[in-house]
Design a protein around this ligand. Structure first.
Ligand code: SF4
Length: 216
């Protein structure tokens, strides 16, 4: 089995896809978008190597509903074989469930570039939809599911089309706050300048944010 390098997992995730979800952030990204909010995911040697079966065990331990799994990063397709192995396990896991669960993957590569890379084909074939394209800070316009409006939401299966196609209901962008493992995390897609405004607002109240993931 191919281990996948993971930055973190989180449940419940309610701001990156349909319904209540499990979120998996993969480790490693060399794309280097200016304004990236997830610089802690860049180091390919960071995070932890996890067997896909262990991810499925984690899913099985969750107490509530799971309408889908969101895989983000980092750049998931920079681990194409491990991503394919993970999605294959998730595909088996969801077949035994009594409610449909979609697999949604965020990538900093365009969909055209993903489809042109043979090593990405197997992983792509397991996705219900991808949100694809690099983050372009000047095009962060607060659109649903996308950090910037150059990114494409591409449904790849009927379930993906139902949940992420043009006619799907698209909730307004939102953020979640998590304090798992003693670290404060904002989950979701911030609008341009939100994170710097947050840091300045904390500083104005005497709280110093010492290590933040959106600054080098
Ligand atoms: S926004 Fe995503 S693709 Fe771009 S540098 Fe950050 S982690 Fe990589």
């Amino acid at each position: 089995m191919t281990a996948v390098r993971i930055n973190r997992m989180h449940y419940p995730l309610t701001v990156l896809g349909h319904g209540v979800r499990a979120g998996i952030w993969l480790q490693g990204c060399t794309i280097g978008c200016a304004g990236c909010a997830s610089r802690d995911t860049w180091d390919p040697d960071g995070g932890e190597a996890v067997e896909p079966a262990a991810v499925v065990r984690w899913l099985g331990s969750l107490g509530g509903a799971v309408d889908g799994v969101t895989v983000s990063g980092g750049e998931p397709f920079q681990q194409p074989r491990a991503l394919a192995a993970l999605l294959a396990e998730l595909d088996v896991w969801r077949r035994d469930r009594d409610r449909p669960a979609d697999l949604l993957v965020f990538s900093g590569y365009t969909h055209a570039r993903l489809t042109a890379r043979p090593e990405c084909a197997e992983a792509l074939s397991r996705c219900d939809a991808v949100v694809a394209g690099p983050y372009v800070e000047s095009r962060n316009s607060g659109t649903e599911l996308r950090g910037s409006d150059n990114q494409e939401i591409v449904p790849l299966t009927p379930l993906g089309a139902e949940r992420y196609g043009r006619s799907a209901a698209t909730p307004a962008p939102a953020m979640q706050l998590s304090t798992d493992t003693g670290v404060v995390r904002l989950i979701g897609i911030p609008r341009r300048g939100d994170l710097d405004r947050l840091r300045a607002g904390l500083a104005a109240r005497g709280i110093t944010a010492e290590a933040v993931t959106w600054l080098a």
